[in-house]
Ligand binder design. Structure first.
Ligand SMILES: NC(=O)c1ccc[n+]([C@@H]2O[C@H](COP(=O)([O-])OP(=O)(O)OC[C@H]3O[C@@H](n4cnc5c(N)ncnc54)[C@H](OP(=O)(O)O)[C@@H]3O)[C@@H](O)[C@H]2O)c1
Ligand SMILES: *[C@@H]1O[C@H](CO)[C@@H](O)[C@H](O)[C@H]1NC(C)=O
Ligand SMILES: *[C@@H]1O[C@H](CO)[C@@H](O)[C@H](O)[C@H]1NC(C)=O
Length: 309
């Protein structure tokens, strides 16, 4: 056998092992493992920001189903009350805290911590997030809206982590989950530039914190989602690539105690993987066109409903 043939065989075998290992890992992550990382938090408290709707409400319900007490935060008291009832039904204690992350000051974050100092909060879910109403070019996004997106998506993550991490470190026990997005990380998000930038920040921040906390028994995880049924995504029907918030959260909770950054829903991981194979300029052009199309259709729908009334 010639040397070239042996090299080819070794390369081929290497590639085959790599592919099979990747496939087995994918199957293990999405079909086999459970949310066993949550077991050690039974009977303790989780705090979820932006928990009156969508993914945050699903986190509250799912954590409650796992025997974890929940503090739920958002602006609308009526929607929070509905989530509170859902969680109480699952036999855990619930605390409701109305809070506006867009206007919160340093003092408000500090007093929030004081208000909750009796609780053993060992899970923090930095979920709250806002986006532009429709995909919009940066220069057409008001400075005010851009500032709000940064305050709610970025400032809240920094401030909440600063307030609630020290007791976790003291107890050598804790978990912080961060809501990032495939848009901004796996793929760029033209026409959602400020939002995508905040989600890239969140992913990076979570990974850095993860490293720092490793010796302290606390884990941090960035969770990247593509489309999930919610008010923000404006998608109401589930499909292969758009899970319900409940289904997405059940996948996400399997990450507790494991990966620093991941795309927890199976079809989203495939989408991110395929997008990542394209050259960057193609990714940018593709997503820009996709978002232009979403905008055009949304404006058309708005026009129609205006005519109808
Ligand atoms: N849905 C998706 O397709 C998707 C994809 C990737 C990432 N994400 C991320 O997932 C997270 C949750 O998104 P979602 O789709 O569940 O959004 P959503 O349905 O719009 O829910 C957002 C939640 O945040 C609360 N909230 C908004 N502004 C707030 C403020 N200023 N102060 C306090 N609470 C506020 C809302 O409640 P109130 O109105 O009562 O305040 C609501 O409970 C976000 O970080 C988002 O970026 C979502
Ligand atoms: C809080 O949790 C830790 C770790 O589980 C435990 O050692 C401690 O006693 C708890 N404190 C309170 C006040 O419940
Ligand atoms: C949050 O947002 C404002 C700008 O809107 C900024 O002045 C403030 O220092 C920011 N940082 C933190 C950590 O809250």
């Amino acid at each position: 056998m010639g040397i070239e043939t042996s090299v080819l065989i070794v390369l081929g075998l290497g590639a085959a092992v790599y592919l099979v290992a990747g496939l087995l890992l994918f199957i293990w992550k999405h079909a086999i493992r459970s949310a066993s990382g949550l077991d050690r938090f039974k009977g303790e408290w989780a705090l979820i920001t932006g928990a009156s709707d969508g993914i945050g409400a699903a986190f509250a319900k799912e954590l409650a189903s796992n025997g974890i007490n929940v503090v739920i935060m958002a602006r609308s008291m009526d929607k929070l009350k509905a989530v509170e009832a859902e969680c109480s039904k699952r036999g855990v204690s619930v605390q409701v805290i109305p809070f506006d992350f867009a206007s919160a000051t340093d003092e408000m974050y500090a007093s929030l911590k004081g208000q909750l100092s009796d609780l053993n909060i060992s899970i923090l879910v930095n979920n709250v997030g806002v986006n532009v109403e429709l995909p919009t070019d940066f220069m057409e996004t008001s400075a005010d809206l851009a500032d709000r997106i940064v305050r709610v998506n970025v400032n809240s993550s920094i401030q909440m982590t600063r307030q609630f991490l020290p007791p976790m470190i003291a107890q050598k026990k804790g978990c912080i989950l961060f809501m990032s997005s495939g848009g901004g990380t796996d793929a760029p998000g033209p026409k959602l530039s400020v939002y995508s930038g905040t989600k890239a920040f969140v992913d990076s921040f979570a990974k850095c914190i993860n490293g720092e906390l490793a010796p302290h028994g606390v884990t941090a995880h960035s969770l990247k989602a593509f489309m999930v049924v919610s008010a923000m995504s404006k998608i109401r029907r589930t499909s292969l690539t758009v899970p319900s918030a409940d289904a997405w959260v059940r996948s996400a909770l399997k990450v507790v105690g494991r990966e620093a950054s991941s795309t927890p829903y199976w079809s989203h991981e495939i989408m991110g993987g395929i997008l990542g194979l394209l050259p960057l300029q193609m990714q940018i052009t593709y997503v820009d066109k996709l978002h232009a199309d979403v905008r055009r259709r949304a404006l058309l729908k708005r026009e129609k409903s205006k005519k109808a009334t």
